[in-house]
Design a protein around this ligand. Structure first.
Ligand code: IPM
Ligand code: MN
Length: 323
């Protein structure tokens, strides 16, 4: 059986790490029927295309989307991020952003709400460019959006040996959004008496990520806290070159999107220096979601064992030898 996968290599090191990933997936024994989509900053510079609705509709027909990285320094901030990546996350309702972290004494997963919060795009300018200018950027938290994310987190925690879930927020300052998150967390928690729970303020969580990450099993948090925490998670788990992520539509009403946490790294692009492990691990998460558990596990085992000191080709051939 083959899976139809839309491949968006994107910009910079994105295409480099995705090429390696697709090859290794095939070597792991899963046939992918891939279609490449030329999207990202470079494409935008060529003809102004970001992610047209027709392209989005084409993407809906695939079993999954595999994305390298998008972003080019020549394009103003936000154009590609909002117009492509966030548009895909929102339009395809990829409301769970799952990011696993493994280190010497820790193994935990961050579930980042992926469609709301400060990312929702609420706000705007008043008196733009004047001395009395006002810029607002609100955080949108819906009961539905928080609840479906928290429910997913409890179910995931319940399926793991430790059955422990930590809510990370800033309830002492964000008293409206935080209150909603905490109430939903407590309510859903009452339905899962076998899951033990904890709460950390996000600033304290930053200390624990560095000093005592072993305390965590599953973390659930909002979009922006999750964005920041997962870069830190990568930094304390072998580096951002190993950090993988899945943007999931758990209801499977459309494709889910898999991408490394890292960006397009223009400073090392084209030099063959990118670490492909994060992309390969994201590919493994895709295989898992597609039901290819054996091949996914083989890729993860290879990534865990690989010496990832070296250039892209060297790491790729070591991974290949480990499969
Ligand atoms: C990530 C990235 C994105 C985000 C950017 C590129 C929009 O940093 O996936 O973590 O902020 O979500
Ligand atoms: Mn990020």
């Amino acid at each position: 059986m083959s899976h139809r996968v839309a491949v968006i290599g994107g910009d910079g090191i994105g295409t480099e790490v995705i090429d390696v990933t697709v090859q290794l997936i095939e070597q792991a024994g899963v046939h992918l029927d891939t279609t490449e989509f030329d999207l990202g900053g470079e494409r935008y510079l060529k003809d102004g295309t970001v992610l047209p609705d027709e392209t989005l509709d084409e993407l809906r027909a695939y079993d999954a989307i595999l994305l390298g990285a998008v972003g080019t320094p020549e394009v103003p901030p936000g154009v590609i991020e909002r117009g492509l990546l966030l548009k895909a996350r929102f339009a395809l309702d990829l409301y769970i952003n799952l990011r696993p972290f493994v280190g010497e004494n820790h193994e935990f997963v961050v579930i980042r709400e992926n469609t709301e919060g400060t990312y929702a795009g609420e706000g705007g300018f008043l008196r733009y460019g004047t001395p009395n200018e006002i810029a607002t950027q609100g955080s949108v938290n819906t009961r539905m959006g928080v609840e479906r994310c928290v429910r997913y987190a409890f179910s995931l925690a319940e399926s793991r040996p430790r059955k422990h879930l930590t809510l990370v927020h800033k309830t002492n300052v964000l008293t409206f959004a935080g209150d909603l998150w905490q109430r939903v967390f407590d309510e859903v928690g009452a339905e899962h008496p076998d899951v033990t729970t904890a709460y950390n303020h996000v600033d304290a969580a930053c200390i624990f990520f560095v000093d005592d990450p072993g305390r965590y099993d599953v973390i659930v948090t909002d979009n922006l806290f999750g964005d920041i925490l997962t870069d830190l998670g990568g930094a304390v788990s072998g580096g951002i070159g190993r950090a993988a992520s899945a943007n999931l539509n758990p209801a499977r009403t459309g494709p889910s999107l898999f991408e490394p946490v890292h960006g397009s790294a223009p400073d090392i692009a084209g030099k063959g220096l990118a670490n492909p492990v994060a992309a390969v691990l994201s590919g493994a998460m895709m295989l898992d979601f597609l039901g290819e558990h054996g091949a996914a596990a083989r890729l993860v085992t290879a990534c865990d064992a690989v010496d990832d000191d070296g250039d892209t080709a060297t790491i790729a051939s070591r991974l290949s030898a480990l499969l």
